[in-house]
Structures are given as structure tokens and as C-alpha cells.
Design a protein around this ligand. Structure first.
Ligand SMILES: [Zn+2]
Length: 228
């Protein structure tokens, strides 16, 4: 199963990407974690990414695509993967398709978690992020699901910055949604429901498309993770 997670900032891409990865025992690859791993390796690509990140700039399409390609060619990605935070632009989506094709692979579906812009702004104002790894914390959680680091309010999570991020998303990433829709690979889900409902909707759609056999394993994850 090879999936891409799409949606406005704070739509729940990280949460549902992680739940899917856990359910199907495949890696959840967030762009942030991938860039950090590349920088730790301190190879040529990692150093190029670091140059941009240290300056607070977006890693350019070509560099990002090469890092993603390197990551996806690793052994643990053979059974599948969940990509979260990439592709962000149509050129990146095309590079991803080309890179996967060269490895005889393809993206099965792009999950688009839909929330309104007002809801995204509200969630960004209320959300906390991990002070160690930068992942977004689950609503109400105190520690990071990825690394157990303490969750803190990000100083730049103001409504003004949030609105700017939404504008960037609408210009750069909304066309990615259209790109996957035109190819019949888009799976839209309503993100304005409780986490367990959103997750089951994703799994039911994937089962209907024949990407997973049954949504049963997802029910088990929900019982373990969300209900508790
Ligand atoms: Zn963390």
C-alpha cells in the first residue's frame, strides 16, 4: 500500500498517516523526519537540504524529490509506505511518480482530509507540537506520539501566520489534489468528524478501491489507540 496524505494544515494528515502505518506495519514518512535523517547521514543530499533548512527556506523540489527517492528505495519501504508532507507541489508529484516508476512502483491513492479554512485556523491556534522532533501532537495529548518529547505551543502558530500558510497551501498544494483527482487516485474524506470516524472512513474507501482487503485491522487499531 503506497499512499500520500493531503489536506490543509492541521487537517490530521500526521495522525491518520501514523494510524495507517501502525495498522499495516509500513513506514510513516513525514518530510520533516526524512530531512532530519538525511541531515544526520551528512551525505551530499543531507548537506544540501540543511543549507535551506538552516536559512528557514523551503527545500527546493529537486533536492526534496531526491531525498524522497533515496528514502523510498530503502528496504523497509518495499511492502509500502505513507508519505506525509510530500508532494507539496505538482512538479514534486510528477517527480515522485517518475521516481517510483523507475522502481516499478506507483502511488495507489492520495487521501485528502477535508476541513474548512476556518477550522484549520482554529486548530492551528490550539495545537501543540513536539519540542524535540516537531511533529504535531494529537488533540489533548501531553507528549509526542513519535518520540515522547514534550508538546509545546509553537510561537508562530498565530491566526495571521496560519492564514498565510493556508494561502500558500491553496496556491501550491491544492493543484496536487486536482492532479490526483484527474488520475482517479484521490480519496476525499470528511475531516470534521471524530478521529475514529475519519480513520474508519479512510479504511472503508481503501477497501472499496481494493487497496486493502478489509477495514477490519483498522477497527482493531481504533479500539487500541483512540477508545482506550
Ligand atoms: Zn517528537
Amino acid at each position: 500500500m503506497r499512499l500520500v496524505m493531503l489536506g490543509l494544515p492541521a487537517a490530521g494528515k500526521g495522525t491518520h498517516g501514523r494510524l495507517l502505518a501502525q495498522t499495516f506495519s509500513i513506514p510513516h514518512i513525514s518530510t520533516g523526519s526524512m530531512f532530519r535523517a538525511a541531515m544526520q547521514l551528512n551525505n551530499d543530499l543531507g548537506r544540501r537540504a540543511k543549507w535551506y533548512i538552516d536559512r528557514g527556506e523551503l527545500v527546493p523540489d529537486g533536492v526534496a524529490a531526491e531525498i524522497v527517492k533515496e528514502r523510498l528505495s530503502q528496504e523497509d519501504c518495499r511492502p509500502g509506505f505513507i508519505l506525509d508532507g510530500f508532494p507539496r507541489t505538482v512538479p514534486q508529484a510528477k517527480e515522485l511518480d517518475a521516481a517510483l516508476a523507475s522502481m516499478q512502483m506507483a502511488i495507489d491513492a492520495a487521501i485528502n482530509i477535508q476541513i474548512s479554512e476556518a477550522e484549520a485556523i482554529r486548530r492551528i491556534a490550539n495545537r501543540k507540537v513536539c519540542s524535540q522532533c516537531g511533529s504535531t501532537g494529537d488533540p489533548g495529548a501531553e507528549v509526542c506520539k513519535e518520540c515522547n518529547g514534550p508538546l509545546v505551543q509553537r510561537p508562530d502558530d498565530t491566526p495571521e501566520v496560519a492564514r498565510h500558510r493556508l494561502e500558500v497551501y491553496m496556491v501550491q498544494t491544492q493543484p496536487v489534489v486536482d492532479y490526483y483527482r484527474e488520475q482517479g487516485r484521490l480519496v476525499p474524506v470528511n475531516g470534521l468528524q471524530p478521529i475514529d470516524r475519519v480513520f474508519m472512513q479512510i479504511c472503508q474507501r481503501l477497501a472499496r478501491m481494493g487497496i486493502i482487503k478489509t477495514p477490519k485491522p483498522c477497527e482493531a487499531t481504533i479500539r487500541r489507540e483512540v477508545d482506550q
